[in-house]
Design a protein around this ligand. Sequence first.
Ligand code: SF4
Length: 82
Amino acid sequence: MKKVKVVYDRDKCISAVTCANLNPELWEMSREDAKANLKGSKKEGDKWVLETELTRYLQMACEQCPADVIEIFDLETGEKLF
Ligand code: SF4
């Protein structure tokens, strides 16, 4: 499976829950502020970042996030995939 870097702009999450419904392995809703948390991610600047394997469900979460705050990059080439 392709290794990717997920970059998540949590500040702009609008709590639509799409990601957590499609890809609960990686996304869960916070009980504190009702935004999504990217499980296992680390904060880099003002974004949250996770290196992981690309799955169909992660791709769907990225593509269907209505706020468009999830980006996926190829870990080797740095190319933006979704
Ligand atoms: S789909 Fe996007 S806007 Fe909705 S909870 Fe997930 S990150 Fe936030």
